[in-house]
Write a protein that binds this ligand. Structure first.
Ligand code: DGY
Length: 322
């Protein structure tokens, strides 16, 4: 019998990542990429030394409590960790890791895509051509909002926020940001720091959300805060859906207070996103594609495996969050 550690892998991972898993571990793979129920995860965990889950599997305190004692680690295939109760894991002695850095470029690309898709009415234009409804070109046809030279406001100037800001500078945008702590001048790159979200919002022609989902950021973009945005602002969310109060954003999109939104993440995704988003023309919607490139998904998998390698070699994993 092999003495390699047994890893419960909850989702189908890229081939290169699964090949490394097969080489170095005894993985329980999920070739059909079926979404496991919590009960199934608990049952399979009986034969696992660690779990390698995605954000699609939830580990609140009550699930952590049910995990068998043999589970030493949860090595997430994600940078976000709002699906794991870190305090409960820590209390049970389970090491938790995530995959920062490797997805910053890909997610920032999607933020810029969401910004442009929303600003330049990409969804309406696409739909018009596919439905054979494009009849004419005229000087006043489908006018969007120009982003070049405008103000790009970032909530959450972590790794992804910083790359998104850098890309926005490529459009000659002036960067403003709110972060729990101010960045050093070399990371700030001339961006203007605002001490509160309220201070930041009036300076956002485009507001791009990059903060993690925490109890403190739940519903952060609410009615009162949206009112502080300039009229006709654009809202971009590639962080987590929970940061946005959907009713408030939909109201602002309907009234025109917000010109358009580009959203890659949603409350209740994938099945229970607010139905009104599907009806609005001025939203550009993507199905949580932030990190969805081959390079990045390989990078995430390898990073999760680097963390597991360290844990099972008795070393401190690089990306320990609990
Ligand atoms: C992340 O890594 O947090 C992405 O949203 C995918 O889970």
């Amino acid at each position: 019998m092999s003495d390699k550690p047994r890893i419960l892998v909850t989702r189908k991972l890229p081939d290169a990542v699964e090949a490394r898993l097969q080489r170095d571990y005894q993985p329980m793979l999920n070739p059909d990429d079926r979404l496991y129920s919590t009960d199934e995860i608990i049952e399979m965990a009986a034969n696992a030394d660690a779990i390698l889950p995605c954000h699609t599997e939830k580990f609140p305190a009550e699930v952590i409590a049910r995990l068998p004692e043999n589970v030493r680690a949860i090595a997430n295939f994600s940078v976000g960790h709002d699906h794991v109760d870190l305090d409960a894991a820590k209390a049970k002695g389970i090491i938790v890791t995530n995959t920062p850095d490797v997805l910053s470029d890909a997610t920032a690309e999607i933020a810029i895509l969401c910004m442009l898709g929303a600003a330049r009415r990409a969804y309406e234009g696409e739909r018009m051509i596919r439905a054979q409804q494009w009849k004419d070109w005229s000087p006043t046809f489908m006018l969007g909002a120009q982003t070049t030279g405008k103000r790009f406001g970032v909530v959450g100037m972590g790794r992804v926020g910083q790359v998104a800001a850098k890309r926005a500078r490529g459009f000659d945008m002036e960067v403003h940001y709110y972060n729990r702590s101010r960045l050093s001048a070399d990371l700030e790159c001339g961006a203007t720091y605002h001490e509160t979200v309220e201070d930041l919002l009036p300076h956002c022609d485009v507001l791009s959300i990059h903060c993690p989902a925490t109890p403190q950021t739940t519903g952060l973009l609410n009615r009162e805060r949206i009112a502080l945005l300039p009229d006709g602002a654009i809202v971009v969310n590639t962080g987590r859906g929970g940061v946005v109060d959907d009713e408030a954003l939909i109201e602002a999109l309907t009234s025109g207070k917000v010109f358009a939104a580009g959203l890659d993440v949603f409350n209740g995704e994938p099945d229970h996103i607010h139905p009104k988003y599907r009806e609005l023309d001025n939203v550009f919607l993507l199905p949580h594609l932030g990190s969805a490139t081959v390079e990045t998904r390989n990078g995430m998998g390898f990073r999760a495996l680097d963390n597991l390698d360290a844990i099972f070699a008795g070393r401190e994993p690089g990306d320990r969050i609990a």
